[in-house]
Design a protein around this ligand. Structure first.
Ligand code: PEP
Length: 251
């Protein structure tokens, strides 16, 4: 059966020293609670190896926030999936709307990144989600379906089974405007149906689909109570131990 997951996405925040302290704080807090979900932190590339050295990997997973669309070579400034894996990270966030919007990541580029991540035994946390206009004009079902189909549907069922999905409506990211639990459930159930049609009920039922977008301790429990919401991808609230743990313990 699918896992419940709460994953932090720190984005471009924290110096190395601040990041190590934050990771230690989350790690320590996890020693004192029984989390009813897997807990992951997604951190900047520069922090991965150091943070891997200070966390208990049996309690806290480590993710990169991106990886390159090339294996290796003359790509100045890029970080490959194998480099990410060599730090001890086991997850990578791919397709975040900020990467799509600001760095021109297309469905095709993301398909390559997913393949490279899987080839390096990294679990992709693959983000999808519509912009406000698409929500308002009712095309959001088609938009999300296309994002999944275009980047993921060439995967075998076995490889698709390694993917974690994160539905993140762009209008809810960092805006303080959360999707209601009913809005999240509606689209998560739709997504699971899309997966079932392509890969069958078993794969669909085993896929964790996280919600992301202004998730906080005050709204997490209501979102996570929905049958098709299997946890959260958390931005702002992941930068503070207490608020992140408030979401972790919402399960
Ligand atoms: C995110 O960017 O993945 C996110 C969900 O951000 P926030 O929680 O800050 O809306």
């Amino acid at each position: 059966m699918r896992k419940n997951i709460v994953a932090g996405n720190w984005k471009m925040n924290t110096t190395l020293q601040e990041g190590v302290a934050l990771a230690k704080g989350v790690n320590e807090a996890l020693q004192n609670v029984t989390a009813n979900c897997d807990v992951i932190i997604g951190v900047p590339f520069t922090h991965l190896a150091s943070i891997n050295g200070v966390i208990d990997s049996s309690k806290l997973g480590l993710a990169a926030e991106n990886c390159a669309d090339q294996k290796s070579g003359a790509y100045t400034g890029e970080v490959s999936a194998s480099m990410v894996a060599s730090t001890g990270a086991t997850y990578v966030i791919l397709g975040h709307s900020e990467r799509r919007q600001y760095y021109g990541e297309t469905a095709e580029i993301l398909k390559t990144k997913v393949n490279l991540a899987l080839a390096n035994n990294l679990t992709p946390i693959f983000c999808i989600g519509e912009v406000l206009e698409e929500r308002e004009n009712g095309t959001y079902f088609d938009v999300v379906k296309a994002q999944i189909e275009e980047s993921l549907f060439e995967l075998s069922a076995e490889d698709f089974g390694k993917i974690v999905l994160a539905y993140e409506p762009v209008w809810a990211i960092g805006t303080g405007k959360t999707a209601t639990a009913d809005q999240a459930e509606e689209i998560h159930a739709f997504i699971r149906g899309v997966l079932a049609t392509k890969y069958g009920e078993e794969v669909a039922n085993n896929t964790s689909i996280l919600y992301g977008g202004s998730c906080k301790p005050s709204n997490a429990a209501e979102l996570f109570a929905k049958p098709n919401v299997d946890g959260g991808l958390i931005g702002g609230a992941a930068l503070d131990v207490e608020s992140f743990m408030g979401i972790v313990t919402a399960f």
